[in-house]
Design a protein around this ligand. Structure first.
Ligand code: 4NP
Length: 193
């Protein structure tokens, strides 16, 4: 492929996940959206929670204030719980903490188990494995920040400072993630040349 030809690879879709989907994951989504407005390699972006405690509610006011204090304006979101089809829709499912990560991995395993039980090309070891690989990758968002295993501590029960700490992490993790996945994509397209 020449430098003038755009990549034909499908855009990368990203889902951010915390517990309530009102503090951390919407902040991650707002930050990530603001960093990728001119990045056509990134497609669908969304956030959700492993719990449904705040379904349909807007983000916590402290998340919105933190975004706005950092000139990220106009972000809107209604909280929702993670769904089975999220693993089919999103290439990356990024957890904020270790508990979110375990919950998402458990859910993904149950999705695979249910699909294998139904057949539909998932039954055979080979076909099933290939299809499973195409499901979204469940990863800790903090693994992209330079310190493996770094979690975003839930700021919900604390003061405003926790939201500022989380904001710095979201920017650092987003930049690390973009560097990594866009770099991988470039390497992939160079191999196509
Ligand atoms: P989040 O924070 O997971 O970052 O959205 C939380 C917000 C609310 C609750 C838990 C976590 N809650 O249990 O109400």
């Amino acid at each position: 492929m020449t430098a003038t030809q755009p990549s034909t690879a499908a855009p990368i879709s990203v889902l951010f996940v915390c517990l309530g989907n009102i503090c951390r994951s919407p902040m991650a989504e707002g930050v990530f959206r603001s960093l990728t407005t001119l990045t056509p390699q990134i497609g669908l972006i969304d956030s959700c929670g492993t719990g449904a405690y705040h379904a349909s509610e807007p983000p916590d006011a402290r998340t919105m204030t933190t975004l706005e204090d950092n000139e990220i304006m106009g972000y809107t979101h209604g909280a929702r719980k993670v769904r089975v089809d999220d693993f089919e829709k999103f290439d990356y499912v990024l957890a904020m903490d270790g508990q979110n990560l375990r919950d998402l991995r458990g859910l993904r395993e149950r999705v695979v188990f249910a699909k294998k039980g139904k057949g539909e090309g998932w039954g055979g070891e080979e076909g099933g494995t290939e299809k499973e690989k195409k499901l979204g990758k469940v990863m800790l968002f903090g693994d992209f920040g330079g310190r493996k295993g770094e979690e975003v501590v839930d700021p919900y029960y604390g003061g405003g400072e926790g939201f500022e700490v989380a904001f710095e992490q979201m920017v650092r993790f987003s930049k690390g993630f973009l560097g990594k996945v866009l770099g991988q994509r470039r390497e992939g397209s160079e191999k196509e040349d």
